[in-house]
Design a protein around this ligand. Structure first.
Ligand code: PLP
Length: 381
């Protein structure tokens, strides 16, 4: 039976070259980077090397990078760190975001609103999942502390107009955070080109290890640490650093950007083949922006099916996919992202996200495109 992995938005396999880069830091160079002795200094040197490599990809200063425990943590630190400091320093307590953020942003924003007295504006998105920069401009108030808009969506792959959002936010003196977890390894992360003040990434999405992320904070951005302790990571994130993980993140990021054109050209070719094949099935729609989308993301809704049934049938056929949302067994609810696009329920229930990767082949795509019409038909009858 086929064994085809089309869920690279969920996670990617570790690149063997990345494993090689991580290997020395478990048992040979195991020191604590905060220790003064030579073991510690060797670990500290590896850490600073990784910081410099990461900063090179983002086009920022190494001291603007903090390593974290995952993408979710990067998002949490960014939002709370700016929200708390802006309120303390300037009495600002208004936050702006949009409805299709990952929960790491959406739930953090909701908690700041519901439990900690912040005002939250959730801007609408259009049918492709894009927020209008003019809406951001209109929503900004004198007490706005932060705007957070993701770079590219994890379910539908839509890329947000960040540079224009940055411009309207900065004209009004408001910092901009972006969750770049899905964009990393596929789109530029140059923070000046994007115009962002804070940016979150997660290593396991770009062929690095799980459980390690990074947060960029532009120098001068109001920020207080919400993970306090020994003052690690420039005082922004306490905790002894995961040196092998961080070495892995930096190696994975460096490789991904050295090979960016090759990989993304491969993704685009396969994604477009997949889209063509899928749209030949009756009552199938592409979700997300038709062109402004992640190179590896092909996402659809299939009328009169459910995401859960599709995933089970695909899994039986040896194809690993995602519906882009968590569905409860026996009670599949359409994803908030698809409802925010204005899709009717009978469409939104049948969500299917296929995300290609470095090892995906044209033959894999052909197997999937050949299998799906039968699966869809069986579910509809
Ligand atoms: N943000 C986005 C857009 C994501 O897709 C994910 C993971 O799926 C995260 C944040 C969370 O990253 P992590 O799994 O490293 O916590």
């Amino acid at each position: 039976m086929a064994s085809i992995y089309l869920d690279h938005a969920a996670t990617t396999p570790l690149d063997p070259r990345v494993l090689d880069a991580m290997r020395p830091y478990w048992s040979e160079q195991f020191g604590n980077p905060s220790s003064l002795h030579r073991f510690g200094q060797a670990a500290a040197a590896a850490l600073e090397d990784a910081r410099r490599q990461t900063a090179d990809v983002l086009g920022c200063a190494p001291e603007e990078i903090s390593f974290t425990g995952c993408g979710s943590e990067s998002d949490n630190l960014a939002l709370r760190g700016v929200a708390l400091e802006q309120r303390k320093r300037h009495g600002k307590r208004h936050l702006i975001t949009m409805p299709i953020e990952h929960h790491a942003v959406g739930h953090t924003m909701a908690q700041l609103r519901d439990d900690f007295g912040y005002d939250l504006t959730v801007l609408p998105v259009d049918g492709d999942g894009r927020v209008d920069p003019a809406d951001v401009a209109r929503a900004i108030r004198p007490d706005t502390a932060l705007v957070s808009v993701m770079y590219a969506n994890n379910e539908i792959g839509t890329i947000e107009p960040l540079a224009e959002i940055a411009r309207v936010a900065h004209e009004r003196g408001v910092p901009l955070h972006t969750d770049a977890v899905q964009a990393a390894g596929q789109l530029t992360l140059n923070v000046d080109a994007l115009g962002v003040d804070l940016l979150s990434i997660s290593s396991h999405k770009f062929y690095g290890p799980k459980g390690v992320g990074a947060l960029y904070v532009r120098k001068g951005t109001p920020f207080v640490s919400t993970l306090t302790g020994g003052g690690h990571e420039g005082g922004r994130r306490a905790g002894t650093q995961n040196v092998p993980g961080i070495a892995g993140l930096a190696a994975a990021l460096t490789l991904a950007y050295a090979e960016l054109e090759r990989h993304t050209a491969h993704y685009r070719l396969l994604r477009d083949r997949l889209v063509r094949g899928m749209l030949a099935i009756p009552d199938v729609r592409l979700t997300g922006h038709p062109t402004e989308r992640l190179p590896n993301n092909a996402s659809f809704v299939i009328r009169n099916t459910t995401g859960q049934d599709l995933l089970i049938r695909l899994d039986l056929a040896g194809i690993a996919a995602s519906s882009g949302s968590a569905c409860l067994v026996g009670n599949p609810e359409p994803s908030d992202v698809l409802l925010a696009l204005g899709l009717p329920r009978e469409w939104a229930l049948g969500a299917l996200r296929l995300t290609v990767g470095r090892m995906t082949t044209a033959e894999d795509i052909d197997v999937v495109v050949a299998a799906l019409p039968g699966i869809v038909q069986a579910l509809r009858t």
